[in-house]
Design a protein around this ligand. Structure first.
Ligand code: MG
Length: 507
């Protein structure tokens, strides 16, 4: 048994190395690669990805898993094995059984159609022309439904897709949690709409980009970011990419007339990056040194960006330093008005620019539509109208163009259907984790007010990061909070915060 286990671990190590090689190619493409390299690069990436798929589905892995006792009824294998090995078997069994169900031919067809679709989407969005994107989206949807049928599910076809991004999560659970979230968020947004709006005009003054970059890097360092194990670069859309156990790359973007965008993108991505650098050392080189789910990943970025990074204690420490960096732009604006400005709530069309109250409503909108598309209750050609209807219902506004509505996000063009819910789940995980952190560190706000960010990082490392994917998201949330995932903690956090900012009564 020991020999089988060692062989399985060495196969896994090889797969992880190849995945990181693919990540190097991807990262370079998004940051420094010259334009003319794009065609050959997509062949290079496809070649490495095909190798990864081939290795993950090699019959040898299936045989080793079986010999180690891992099967449908017992994914963790032989009960006599150490717990970390059993966790590895569970993750590898899950990956193997999923991937072997997808024939290479289908994977290739999906890869081809999505590479065409991305370019179509860019063009269609530019001209706000949904009809130009609809045929290729229909193809993607058909292939996605075909994949879901092959992957299998018990209740809802959407389960098979959701599971790719949020392993073991069920559609029924998301529906239940989102129903509660939606009802409460809509009423909170209504209450805010009735209150006096806060002023954030002064944050649209000219904030020179080199100074923004310098300040962002300073905050990054204060958060505990080790520049010996990563980099911060620029890209069109901020992202985080892991190139190795001690090589995590962050990107951000700056706009000289939108101070919030650059700094909060940097903090957000650093939240992702710190998670990637925090997996237990004993997991290094194994698939356990990966995030358990995209929802948990997003909980880390959104906790740093919003719960910590947009809090009064955080800025009690950092605002005097920010004013030193931008004395002219911030003169006459004291801490309370800065705090309100960075937390302004207003329903808007674009998800990535949304405030933390309306953000989850953007996600629920997409979830509702995806669910209908995947279950053939909504046709692709009716999508723009369905989007407008949902936007009116959830956000109280209707986009005038499809570029501001149904065409705004890249996800469907790259075949990522089932991904969106993880963004809102991240908010819920984050608030639920934070509730426990506050109970365990009663003077957290005082410490944040002194700039003691390592307190937060230390807690997250110990309770979240180090586990990697050795616990399921459900096990993780139970081990941290003693309960299953629910919307209440996030809703309570929002109500407490915005009651004060908008002087709301009766919520
Ligand atoms: Mg993110």
């Amino acid at each position: 048994m020991e020999k089988d286990l060692q062989r399985l671990k060495s196969l896994d190590r090889g797969i992880q190395i190849l995945s990181h090689v693919a990540a190097v190619l991807d990262w370079d493409q998004e940051t420094y690669m010259p334009d003319n390299a794009v065609e050959e690069r997509s062949d290079q990436v496809a070649a490495v990805r095909a190798l990864v798929h081939e290795r993950r589905t090699s019959p040898e892995i299936g045989e080793l898993l079986a010999r180690l006792g891992a099967g449908e009824d017992n994914p963790k294998g032989d009960p006599g094995l150490p717990e970390a090995d059993r966790a590895l078997l569970r993750v590898m069994h899950r990956e193997y059984t999923r991937e072997v169900k997808l024939p290479t031919d289908l994977v290739v067809r999906l890869a081809k159609v999505t590479s065409v679709a991305q370019a179509r989407w860019v063009e269609a969005r530019k001209r706000s022309d949904f009809k130009a994107f609809a045929p290729v989206l229909r193809e993607i949807l058909e292939l996605t439904i075909e994949s879901a049928e092959l992957l299998g599910y018990e209740d809802n076809r959407y389960d098979a897709l959701l599971d790719s991004y949020e392993p073991w999560m069920r559609t029924a659970k998301v529906r239940e949690v989102f129903a509660h979230l939606q009802k409460e968020l809509v009423s909170l947004v209504d209450a805010i709409r009735g209150a006096a709006q806060v002023d954030d005009e002064f944050l649209k003054a000219d904030f020179p980009i080199p100074k923004q970059d310098e300040f962002g890097r300073f905050v990054l360092e204060q958060m505990g970011w080790d520049s010996g194990s990563g980099r911060l670069d620029r890209s069109a859309h901020p992202f985080t990419s892991t190139l190795g156990a001690q090589d995590v790359r962050l990107t951000t973007r700056y706009d000289s007339h939108n101070f919030k965008s650059g700094l909060f993108s940097t903090i957000h991505e650093a939240g992702h990056g710190l998670y990637e650098l925090g997996f237990a050392e004993s997991f290094r080189g194994s698939t356990l040194a990966n995030a358990v789910s995209l929802g948990v990943h997003e909980s880390q970025s959104r906790t740093w960006e919003n719960i910590v990074g947009r809090s009064m204690p955080f800025w009690t420490h950092f605002y005097p330093l920010l004013r030193k960096a931008f004395p002219a732009q911030l003169s006459g604006h004291e801490l309370p008005s800065f705090y309100r400005a960075i937390n302004r709530v207003e329903p808007s069309h674009i998800r990535v620019d949304a405030d933390e109250v309306t953000y989850s409503l953007h996600v629920i909108l997409r979830f509702n539509l995806e669910l209908k598309l995947v279950n053939r209750e909504l046709a692709v050609e009716d999508l723009p109208e369905a989007w407008r209807e949902e936007s009116r219902r959830l956000l109280g506004i209707v986009p005038e163009t499809d570029a501001l509505g149904v065409l705004q996000d890249i996800h469907w063009s790259i075949g990522s259907i089932g991904y969106f819910p993880t963004y809102a789940l991240g908010n819920l995980y984050g608030a639920q984790f934070m509730n426990t952190m506050r109970m365990e560190i009663p003077d957290l706000d005082e410490r944040l007010g002194k700039g003691e960010l390592p307190t937060v990082l230390g807690w997250l490392r110990q309770h979240i990061h180090r586990h990697g994917s050795s616990l399921t998201a459900e096990e993780l949330v139970r081990s941290v909070s003693g309960e299953e995932l629910k919307a209440d903690y996030f809703l309570r956090y929002l109500r407490d915060k915005y009651r004060e900012i908008y002087k709301l009564t009766g919520i």
